[in-house]
Design a protein around this ligand. Structure first.
Ligand SMILES: NC(=O)c1ccc[n+]([C@@H]2O[C@H](COP(=O)([O-])OP(=O)(O)OC[C@H]3O[C@@H](n4cnc5c(N)ncnc54)[C@H](O)[C@@H]3O)[C@@H](O)[C@H]2O)c1
Ligand SMILES: [Zn+2]
Length: 349
């Protein structure tokens, strides 16, 4: 088991290892008052792991309730948040109680957002069950839901009180969901760790627990430096500006990880064509994505994607903060005019 401490406005531990669900009760009791706990989960994850988690929490003295919603990005909406809030109120939750997010990034983002606004903020913990949530969304305190105009447009910064990543839960993931997580892991490699990039590419022969921990360490360092996303944290958006546009253009049929994968490849090819990055970088990224079963392009045109990037949160008037890979292991934030974004995407496609 690995333990990583995150130093933000709230200091918390991330535990990564096998059989952690069975120890969730004692670990949670050490982090928050033992009172009521609402397990928020989706209709695929709860039947798999809900009871195991709840029995561990109950054994440690927590009084458990659960709220289960239909799985998928389409349900990351304010309407579901309202239902969670009403349920918390009906069950007389108060500020000393806790919300437990059991699931992937959708569940974590929603449970976290509900916790951020219920009674002006109650504690929550993350129990990520997808690789993507383990390496990315469960750490760092970004919580949100989607609006019709774009992804994650309504949200709050709210750090969890604890993150418990039971790596055993990853064994039931569909191959495509595993690939989604690998996309974010490759992203960390491209941003700042060429060695990690190589290891993720060969993930089948690597120790997954160690790779997850390395990704969490990178995220921890970035978040500790820029918790509220005013500067260096934007580096983590490599592939995301274009990726979010791809997700939106597909009506969210293309998953977040696949969008990010294609977005990284498009930006790398575009940057290379415009002489902004070391020749050969785009090919290295394409090969790694291929090895991880991830897409390297999409069927949408540059105008569609460029228009959609304007509703991304990274937009700043007519400028967009694009993350440009210079080489594997080194990226920079470049304030780019909307027209130039379109040109770069066109070359990258
Ligand atoms: N807050 C952040 O910092 C942050 C960072 C990255 C991504 N995100 C968000 O995360 C979301 C994507 O997360 P995701 O890819 O985990 O999606 P997800 O939560 O929708 O999970 C993907 C699918 O896997 C299923 N699933 C989850 N765990 C499982 C398990 N152990 N076994 C079998 N099936 C399982 C889910 O039911 C779902 O159908 C997006 O909404 C994205 O915006 C947030
Ligand atoms: Zn992401």
């Amino acid at each position: 088991m690995k333990k990583i401490t995150v130093n933000t406005s709230r200091v918390y531990e991330v535990f990564i290892g096998g059989r952690l669900l069975s120890h969730a009760g004692e670990l949670l009791a050490a982090a928050v008052p033992v009172q009521k706990a609402l397990v928020v989960s989706d209709d695929i994850v709860y039947p798999l792991y809900g009871k195991k988690l709840e029995s561990s929490l109950s054994a440690a003295g927590f009084s458990c309730r659960n709220f289960v919603f239909p799985n998928g990005e389409a349900h990351k909406r304010l309407s579901v948040i309202e239902e969670i809030l009403e349920y918390l109120a009906k069950e007389h939750f108060c500020r000393s109680d806790v919300v437990v997010a059991l699931g992937g990034g959708v569940c974590g983002d929603m449970a976290g957002f509900a916790a951020a606004i219920f009674c002006r903020g109650i504690r929550y913990i993350q129990v990520p069950t997808t690789l993507l949530a383990a390496v990315d969304s469960s750490v760092g305190g970004k919580t949100a839901v989607d609006l019709s105009c774009g992804k994650n447009l309504c949200g709050a910064f709210h750090q969890p009180a604890l993150v418990l990543c039971d790596t055993d839960t990853l064994s039931t993931l569909a191959p495509q969901n595993t690939a989604d997580g690998l996309a974010e892991m490759l992203k960390y490699g491209v941003i700042c760790d060429a060695d990690l990039f190589e290891k993720v590419k060969n993930y089948k022969n690597e120790d997954m627990e160690a790779l997850i921990a390395r990704c969490v360490e990178i995220k921890r360092d970035v978040v500790a430096e820029d918790e509220f996303d005013r500067g260096t944290r934007q580096l983590l958006n490599l592939g995301h500006t274009v990726g979010h546009a791809i997700e939106a253009a597909s009506g969210f049929k293309i998953t977040h990880g696949q969008g990010v994968a294609a977005g990284m490849a498009i930006v790398a090819r575009g940057a290379e064509a415009l002489g902004l990055c070391t020749p050969g970088t785009a090919k290295q990224i394409e090969d790694a994505l291929d090895a991880c079963g991830l897409p390297q392009n999409c069927d949408f045109d540059a105008d569609t994607l460029a228009t959609l990037t304007l509703s991304d949160k990274k937009a700043d008037g007519d400028f967009i903060h694009l993350i440009i890979p210079r080489r594997i292991g080194k990226c920079e934030i470049v304030r780019t005019k909307q027209d130039d974004v379109r040109r770069l995407i066109a070359r990258g496609l």
